[in-house]
Design a protein. Sequence first.
Length: 283
Amino acid sequence: MRDKVTVPVVQARKGGPKLRVVTAYDAPSAQIVERASADIILVGDSLATVVLGYENTLSVTVDVMIYHAAAVARTKPSALLVVDMPWLSYHLSAEETIRNAGRLLREGGAEAVKLEGGRKRLPMIEALLATEIPVMGHLGLTPQSIHTMGGYRVQGKHAEAARELVADARALADAGVFAIVLEGIPDALAQVITQEVRVPTIGIGAGAHCDGQVLVFHDVLGLYDGHQPKFVRQYAHLAAAATEGLQRFFADIQAGTFPSDAESYHLDEQSARAFQSFKGKEE
Ligand code: KIV
């Protein structure tokens, strides 16, 4: 058993050994991630696209996030369990934000929540922190803003946009978030932000200078056939391996070689005799 990774443990990793973060959405994926020694398991709202087949992340609700987070939590990981607040669950009022995040903790087993956006989210972030709910920030290419961004586009490429992102990161860190995900921004900007803020930055498509890296489980293991951004490195090809495995299974069914004798249950001698007389009566 590893030592439990807590929010203070993550905070203390600023500038230290890089944080290893990956998503998981159910018990088997959480167990795989835990065995690989992740520091943080993120139940990301990316589950909308990679697990549930939606076009973007806007369709998932708090109930859906709780359903998946609870499955991950039941595996009791040593990794810190962070759960995404879905779109519209932290935008309407501080009260509703606290209630939704509280449900992610109480019903979903989250140990911290992540939400997207910079200074305009500060009132909600402050409300959560005042309720003792640890918050991870998420800046840059924020997928819940797909329509305002006009698609999934790299952010902070121009001086003014870069300055805004640095100001957002400073404001989030000053407010008390324990870490910030930086997604889809130039590596030089991620480096500046990482130097500027006293909390760990966790990059995805943000270059090598962040304090940690995160990828989506289905992307890094080759389980997802959809579009792959250039920052994804595949370390396994599980979809291809799974298809090949099933093709061999089906070939064995058709050849009559599955199941074998060893894969079948047999009657003991006494039951076999009883079975013979039963068969005789039936015929
Ligand atoms: O939803 C998600 O999986 C995420 C990560 C990609 C950072 O937010």
